[in-house]
Design a protein around this ligand. Structure first.
Ligand SMILES: N[C@@H](CCC(=O)N[C@@H](CS)C(=O)NCC(=O)O)C(=O)O
Length: 262
């Protein structure tokens, strides 16, 4: 009963834009150098993030899918808080923290959350199916998508290469014949690859010369449309804010607080 009401409260707060904490005390605005570390209540599960970081989105999608109550502390990656660097010297996000856990790396954190928490099962129970999912994830080279938003001269090549590499995902969807790779709901594999596709489908909104493979990869395009309609993706990030962030990032002026009230 207690857990259920905490989940509902979290969902309500996530849609409110400026705070994210079960206790409504942690602002979503990024913490920068000179800030004070917000205290974590005993028992709380905390994720250090940046609202538009695709790696941090992976465990966040798992937390949302499994309806695990959590709090988010966003980090200003251009001006990192001293307390964050003391906690985790590489200073990257995501980082998971609880009373007993301090864990970096998006895939490690995501799999840990899947294994350590009840809720919807995201990885297949069958060991061979699980291995196939991990193999597909491992084989998908998503990195070129970053060129499509960060590179001034190689963005078209990067974008085309990303979709070419995504053929294995299109083929995986065709072979499985399901709406998502995980079945009728997004599974672990869908959630782990989604943040990079999310960049891909949004990139043409501010770089009109980039064209989505609507005709050549219809199954994959349908999957991206389905993903955009899921509760997980809707709760994760506002797509317009993401586009606004990417535009500013391309100009070398990332605004981690896009869309948050001042
Ligand atoms: N391999 C890491 C990559 C994480 C990562 O590169 N995060 C970026 C933000 S999207 C970051 O923290 N950059 C800050 C920095 O490198 O100083 C993971 O999968 O978690």
């Amino acid at each position: 009963m207690r857990t259920l009401s905490a989940v509902k409260l979290f969902q309500r707060i996530s849609s409110e834009k400026s705070f994210c904490s079960l206790k409504m005390s942690i602002p979503l605005k990024a913490f920068a150098a000179g800030s004070i570390e917000p205290p974590r209540a005993e028992g709380a599960l905390r994720i250090y993030s940046m609202r538009f970081c695709p790696f941090a989105m992976r465990p966040l999608l798992v937390l949302i899918a499994k309806e695990i109550p959590h709090e988010i502390v966003n980090i200003n990656l251009s001006d990192k808080p001293e307390w964050y660097l003391k906690k985790y010297a590489p200073g990257k996000v995501p980082l998971l923290e609880s009373d007993t856990v301090l864990l970096p790396e998006s895939l490690i954190v995501s799999e840990y959350l899947e294994e350590a928490h009840p809720g919807r099962k995201l990885l297949p129970n069958d060991p061979y199916k699980k291995a196939q999912d991990k193999l597909l994830l491992d084989s998908f080279a998503y990195m070129p998508v970053f060129k499509s938003i960060f590179s001034q001269s190689e963005h078209v090549e990067g974008f085309e290469q990303f979709w070419k590499n995504a053929e294995i995902i299109e083929n995986g969807l065709k072979t499985r014949g399901t709406k998502f790779l995980g079945g009728e709901q997004p599974g672990y594999l869908d959630l782990m690859i989604w943040p990079f596709f999310q960049i891909g489908v949004n990139a043409p909104k501010f770089r009109p010369e980039l064209k989505l493979p609507r005709d050549s990869m219809p199954v994959l395009m349908e999957w991206t449309d389905s993903m955009l309609r899921t509760r997980e993706v809707k709760e994760l990030v506002d797509q317009d804010h993401l586009v606004e962030y990417m535009k500013a990032r391309l100009e070398g002026k990332p605004n981690y607080d896009v869309g948050l009230e001042s």
